[in-house]
Design a protein around this ligand. Structure first.
Ligand code: C5P
Length: 234
C-alpha cells in the first residue's frame, strides 16, 4: 500500500447533518478525509454523504456491515454507488460474507476500499469467552485479520496497539485504519487505550481516525493543522 497522501480521517459523530456539514466546511479536504458512522447516517442518510462528497471530501462510510453474504454485497454496491472512498464489514461475518463484499465492490465503477473490523476494541477476553470465542483478544484479532485479508479485504480497522503485531503477521500491504487517537496534549474522553498520532504512524498505521479532539475544538481547523504537524513531523 503506497504511503497515503492524507492519513487523517475526521469522525463526524454528530446527531444532525447540519452540524456535521458546518464542521466539515471548516476543514480542508486536501488535508483530511471524513468518517460517517451509524448515528449520522441513520439521521442524515445518503444525502449527508453526497453533500460531504460535494464539498470535496473522500468519505469513509463506517457502517460495519454484518449480515448474510447477499445482503452485505447489496449494501456494498449501494455504498459504491454513493461514491464513498472506504466501506467496512465485520470479519466475524465469515469468509463467504467478506468474499461477497469484495466481489460486489470489484464490480463497481470506482471501487471503495474494503476494510474489516476484527474484534471491537470495546471487547475484552471475558466478553469473547461469553460469546464462545476461545483465545485472547490478540489471537482473535490475528485469526480474524488473516481470514478477512484472505477473503479479499484491503485492510483492517484496529487499535493502534495492534498495528505492530498485524504488520509482523501480514506485512506492509494491508491498509490499517486506527481509531482511539489522541494528540499528545489532549484528554482521552471515553477512550481508554489511546495512542498519539506520531506513535500510531510509527507503528505502521496508514490512517488515523480522530473525532472529538478536532470536532470538539474551539477552532477545528487549527486543531487539524496541529494534528497534521504532529503526524507530518515523523
Ligand atoms: O472522538 P473519538 O476520536 O474518540 O472518535 C473515534 C471514532 O472512531 C468514533 O467514531 C468511534 O465510533 C470510532 N471507533 C473507535 N474505536 C473503535 C472503532 C471505531 O473509537 N474500535
Amino acid at each position: 500500500m503506497p504511503e497515503p497522501r492524507i492519513p487523517v480521517i475526521i469522525a463526524l459523530d454528530f446527531p444532525v447533518s447540519a452540524q456535521a456539514l458546518d464542521l466539515a466546511r471548516q476543514l480542508d479536504p486536501a488535508v483530511c478525509r471524513v468518517k460517517v458512522g451509524k448515528e449520522l447516517f441513520t439521521r442524515g442518510g445518503p444525502a449527508v454523504v453526497e453533500e460531504l462528497t460535494g464539498l470535496g471530501f473522500e468519505v469513509f462510510l463506517d457502517l460495519k456491515y454484518h449480515d448474510i453474504p447477499a445482503t452485505v454485497a447489496g449494501a456494498c454496491r449501494a455504498a459504491a454507488d454513493l461514491g464513498v472512498w472506504m466501506v467496512n464489514v465485520h470479519a466475524l461475518g465469515g469468509r463467504r460474507m467478506v468474499e461477497a463484499a469484495a466481489e460486489a465492490l470489484a464490480g463497481a465503477r470506482r471501487p471503495p476500499l474494503l476494510t474489516a473490523v476484527t474484534v471491537l476494541t470495546s471487547m475484552e477476553g471475558e466478553d469473547l469467552r461469553e460469546i464462545g470465542l476461545a483465545g485472547t483478544p490478540r489471537e482473535n484479532v490475528l485469526r480474524l485479520g488473516h481470514l478477512a485479508l484472505e477473503s479479499g479485504a484491503d485492510g483492517l480497522v484496529c487499535s493502534a496497539r495492534e498495528v505492530t503485531d498485524l504488520r509482523c503477521a501480514f506485512g506492509v500491504e494491508p491498509c490499517l485504519v486506527t481509531p482511539g487517537i489522541r494528540p499528545a496534549d489532549a484528554t482521552g474522553d471515553d477512550q481508554r487505550r489511546v495512542v498519539t498520532p506520531a506513535e500510531a504512524r510509527r507503528a505502521g498505521a496508514d490512517h488515523l481516525v480522530v473525532g472529538r479532539p478536532v470536532t470538539g475544538a474551539a477552532d477545528p481547523a487549527a486543531a487539524l493543522r496541529a494534528l497534521e504537524a504532529e503526524v507530518g513531523g515523523l
